[in-house]
Write a protein that binds this ligand. Structure first.
Ligand SMILES: *Cc1c(COP(=O)(O)O)cnc(C)c1O
Length: 398
């Protein structure tokens, strides 16, 4: 692309087949949001009024009573938890997070305490919450939750994600039923979910989304749900929320992204993504030691990905060495490699500019041909990968 500014500022022109990753710049922001941000940047606004307008748009799209925009879904967790703890007590809001009202326990299933780039439980603690884990990694039963709720319970947090353990845990409807029987509000982290109505419809009191994932908005978070709880979360902008603030451009940008989402040609996009997957499947089928499977999204988002399974003895390379070679290459192709130790990675078609699907196919072909021609199997021990994982980060900015 001729308007690609990345080389001019010394950045590699990465192709993202890993999904909506903060580390890669999240998503391709939709034109409507870009236009909205440019339009509002030169103007002064009364920011709480702009958030009121955002509330109306969020309410319409989520069927919630109210909403607001914050810096990220992660900050949404902290603010929603803080709101459940402080209510509208402005002094308590100023005193967070080390001094909290007595009622500050937050229930979470152990199998939901994952990392989305930072730990879920830390976002709760930042909001003054005392995390109360229930159940074990792969099992939570009603009795765990029923016995954990007491007069100090402020909220219960439920995480919807491909990261969480996907069996043996309480389903949201049951989680809500148990919480509500004892008057405890339920906060749902649905950062990466397409369905803007489902979780409130299933009884959540607050739901949180990222503005910069499937919605294609600027980096931001959306808080939606019951008016009073949303207000209490919003009031945290006088406290811990200050460091999580968003400007007018992000608020208005997300409003535009939400309205664009309503009108988006979802079927057309799906069709285009399917054509990318079919191209990659055609590219990989029949190659020695490579199996390409088209698989649905684990949390039922309307999205398929390609799982590329690599058998090193035949492909002459491991999945993680192949992923690393693609990332090093020109142009760099970044695959979805969070389970790569199982000798597979995924190709996610949802963040490609037209034409990039061909580059991905070509780079796969080149690296697989090269490996196949190698007399040795390219196999870095997985422990090495793990040992050096944070080397570059720890040297930053050099
Ligand atoms: C991405 C993600 C987050 C973090 O969202 P940000 O908006 O980037 O802070 C939190 N929870 C889950 C489940 C996620 O997938």
């Amino acid at each position: 692309m001729s308007d690609d500014i990345r080389p001019s500022i010394g950045l590699r022109p990465v192709i993202n087949v890993s999904g909506t990753m903060t580390s890669l710049g999240a998503s391709i922001v939709v034109p409507e949001a870009i236009a909205a941000m440019s339009a509002i940047l030169p103007q002064f606004v009364e920011i709480n009024d702009l958030q009121r307008r955002a509330s109306a748009v969020i309410a319409r799209l989520t069927d919630g009573e109210a909403g607001f925009i914050t810096a990220s879904c992660s900050s949404g967790i902290s603010l929603a938890v803080a709101g459940a703890i402080t209510d509208d007590n402005l002094l308590a809001i100023e005193k967070l997070p080390d001094v909290t009202p007595e009622k500050n326990e937050v229930i979470v299933q152990t199998g939901h305490v994952v990392s989305y780039g930072a730990p879920v439980d830390q976002a709760i603690r930042l909001g003054g919450g005392k995390v109360v884990l229930i159940g074990q990694a792969t099992s939570t039963h009603r009795f765990h939750m029923e016995n954990a709720i007491n007069e100090k319970t402020a909220a219960a947090v439920y995480v919807v994600s491909h990261h969480v353990v996907d069996y043996g845990l309480l389903h949201l409807t049951e989680f809500v039923e148990i919480a509500h029987a004892k008057g405890v509000p339920v906060i749902v982290d649905a950062a990466s979910e397409y369905d803007l109505k489902l979780f409130l419809a299933q009884g959540a009191d607050i739901v949180l989304y990222s503005g910069h994932k499937f919605l294609g908005g600027p980096t931001s978070g959306i808080v939606a749900g019951k008016k009073e709880l949303v207000r209490h979360a919003f009031l945290q902008n006088m406290g811990i929320g200050r460091g999580m603030k968003v400007g007018k451009e992000s608020i208005y940008g997300v409003m535009a992204a939400l309205e664009a989402w309503e009108k988006r040609d979802h079927a057309g996009i799906r069709e285009r993504e399917t054509s990318y997957l079919n191209l990659w499947k055609k590219t990989l089928d029949g190659r020695p030691g490579v199996t390409a499977l088209i698989e649905p999204d684990p949390t039922d988002n309307p999205l398929d990905r390609m799982r590329v399974i690599v058998t090193p003895a035949e492909a002459h390379i491991t999945a993680w060495d192949l992923a690393a070679a693609l990332a090093r290459g020109n142009p760099p192709v970044i695959v979805r490699d969070h389970e790569v130790e199982h000798n597979h990675f995924y190709l996610d078609p949802c963040n490609l500019h037209p034409g990039q699907e061909m580059v991905v196919a070509q780079r796969l072909t080149e690296e697989l041909d090269k490996a196949r021609a190698s007399n040795e199997i390219i196999a870095t021990p997985i422990e090495e990968r793990s040992r050096h994982r944070f080397d570059s980060l720890l040297r930053w900015p050099d």
